[in-house]
Design a protein around this ligand. Structure first.
Ligand SMILES: Nc1ncnc2c1ncn2[C@@H]1O[C@H](COP(=O)(O)OP(=O)(O)OP(=O)(O)O)[C@@H](O)[C@H]1O
Length: 215
């Protein structure tokens, strides 16, 4: 379970999250929506323990700032902006598989399902891939590992329509038992995947509603 109590975050003097309190149970699949700058990414980064914040965050009883490694071991994460990694794709897959305690083949199989021509890219530096290619690889790494929490920050933003459809199907298979938190500007696209909608506006939760999964 994830619990946030009165979580606030400021950058310099600017408030970005204000008194966010939430409980998220296993099996909850949440669309995190809100306009540009509403605080979605900041909330995710606080959950990942990347940012300090006021208030308390507990992930399965652990504070993500104090137990970062243990918390990250449970989370499959896709960032909004891919990190500028210079290492070749093959090395990245091997490294990620080692860290995430999974097999490189599992990640490679997922890249293929997402339509990535991985064999031709193995020796290229990650940073030189296209935006969509990077996103496919990061999705494959996040879905290819054992995790009970998936945090995805606009994961489909750079995918072509076919890859987007496949991604949504893969996510549906993977997420049944997991907690899922996905930010997106396209709520319509997530309708078949989520059972709760959270909207942030200027750092505050303005909508928190359970919704029926659309079949
Ligand atoms: N590292 C940072 N330093 C200073 N300000 C930041 C930092 N990260 C985010 N902000 C500010 O915090 C606010 C919220 O940003 P955030 O990235 O969380 O929004 P978002 O809801 O994810 O937006 P988008 O839909 O555009 O991705 C913005 O005003 C942004 O300028």
């Amino acid at each position: 379970m994830i619990i946030l109590e009165q979580v606030s975050k400021r950058f310099k003097r600017k408030p970005v999250l204000e008194n966010v309190s939430l409980q998220i149970q296993p099996g909850e699949h949440i669309a995190l929506v809100g306009s540009n700058g509403a605080g979605k990414t900041t909330l995710m980064r606080c959950l990942l323990g990347e940012y300090s914040c006021d208030g308390t965050i507990s992930i399965g009883g652990l504070n993500p700032r104090h137990h970062r490694q243990k918390v990250l071991a449970r989370i499959g994460f896709v960032p909004q902006l891919p990190p500028p990694l210079k290492m070749p794709v093959k090395q990245l897959i091997q490294f990620a598989a080692g860290v995430c305690n999974t097999a490189p083949k599992q990640i490679i199989d997922l890249t293929l399902q997402l339509g990535l021509d991985i064999q031709t890219l193995l020796h290229q530096p990650f940073v030189k891939l296209s935006g969509g290619q990077k996103q496919k690889l990061l999705i494959a790494i996040a879905l290819g590992r054992n995790s009970d929490i998936l945090i995805m920050d606009e994961p489909a933003a750079n995918l072509d329509p076919k890859a987007r459809q496949i991604f949504l199907e893969l996510l549906q298979e993977k997420q049944e038992q997991a907690i899922t938190l996905i930010s997106s500007h396209r709520l319509d696209e997530l309708a078949a995947l989520v059972n709760r909608v959270l909207e942030l506006d200027m750092g505050k939760v303005v909508i928190d509603e359970k919704v029926e999964l659309k079949k």
